[in-house]
Design a protein around this ligand. Sequence first.
Ligand code: SF4
Ligand code: SF4
Length: 215
Amino acid sequence: MAEEQEPKDTKPGFLNPVAGFGVTFKAMFKKRLTEQYPEQQKTTAPRFHGRHQLNRHPDGLEKCVGCELCAWACPADAIYVEGADNTDEERYSPGERYGRVYQINYARCILCGLCIEACPTRALTMTNEFELADSSRADLIYTKEQLLAGLDDGMVDTPHAIYPGTDEQDYYRGLVTEAAPGTERQVAVSKGEVPQEAASTFGEGEPASEKVIRK
Ligand code: SF4
Ligand code: SF4
C-alpha cells in the first residue's frame, strides 16, 4: 500500500513564526459573538427544553393525575411522584386521582423531554426557563409547589370542586373554560349535582376569577 504523502509547506520558512497571527488578525474583522449574559438575556428557541411546569385546567384544577408515567419514562430517574385519591371534601383534579407529591431532581435531569412525551394529560410541559444552576443539591430538587403553574384569569387555586354538571371528560374536551362562581372551598360534586354548600363570601353572580391569586 502506498504511503500517504504529507502536503508540502509552500510558505517561505521565515514566515512560520508569524503565520499563527494570521488567524488572530482575520478574527479581528469578524462579527463578535460574545453575549453579555446575564445582563442581556438571549431569547431561546420556541421549543427549547427548560424547567418543567405542571399545568392546570382553566378553572384551576390540576391536570396531573398522579399516574407516574413520566417517572417511568425518565432515563435519569429524576422524577418522583406519589398519587393520591381525590375526595369530595378535597379535590385537586377532575378525576379520581391527583399527584400528591411531585418532585424533579435537576441534579439528574438531562432535559431530554421524554417525560413530557409520556404524560397522558399534558399536565407536564417544559418552559423556556434555563437558569437552573444552584450551589446546593437539595435546592436542585424542585417540589410540586415550585413546578405547579400559577393562576391565570378565571382560575381558583386547589382544592375545589369540579364545575357543576361536568365530569372529567368534559375537562379534557375543553368544555370547562373558567371556575364556577363561588368555587372556593366549594364542596365537590358529581356530574349533574348542584353544590350544596359554597363557602364563598362573594355575591351571587360575582365571578370566581375575582378571587384569583395572581402569578
Ligand atoms: S427531561 Fe428527561 S431527564 Fe429530565 S425529568 Fe424529563 S425524562 Fe427525566
Ligand atoms: S405529570 Fe403526567 S405522567 Fe406525570 S404523574 Fe402527572 S399525569 Fe402522570
